[in-house]
Unconditional design. Structure first.
Length: 97
């Protein structure tokens, strides 16, 4: 896997985190405290029964451990973990010098 591919995703992550910081500033400014009338509380939102089918939604004929691993860790995730591990190792080695 190419490390440039993941540096692009890193920059998009930084953009997202910058946006969330500005959202937090906006939320802080919008938080005005007020009294709550305990006698006239708003009704709680309705609760809907869960109708999904929990569990793994894939069929596996030969359930080897590597097949289960590959369901959750595709090549992109493994490549990202490898590039971040290598980046950490480079930073660590630079600090040791």
């Amino acid at each position: 896997m190419d490390s440039e591919e993941y540096s692009e995703s890193d920059s998009s992550y930084e953009d997202i985190s910058d946006e969330s910081d500005s959202d937090e500033d906006t939320l802080d400014a919008a938080r005005n405290w007020c009294r709550i009338d305990q006698e006239n509380l708003a009704p709680p939102p309705p609760r809907f029964p869960f109708s999904g089918n929990p569990g793994l939604n894939t069929r596996m004929d030969s359930s080897s451990p590597i097949e289960f691993f590959c369901i959750f860790f595709d090549d992109d995730i493994v490549g990202y973990i490898a590039s971040e591990t290598n980046r950490y190792a480079e930073d660590f080695i630079e600090k040791m010098i």
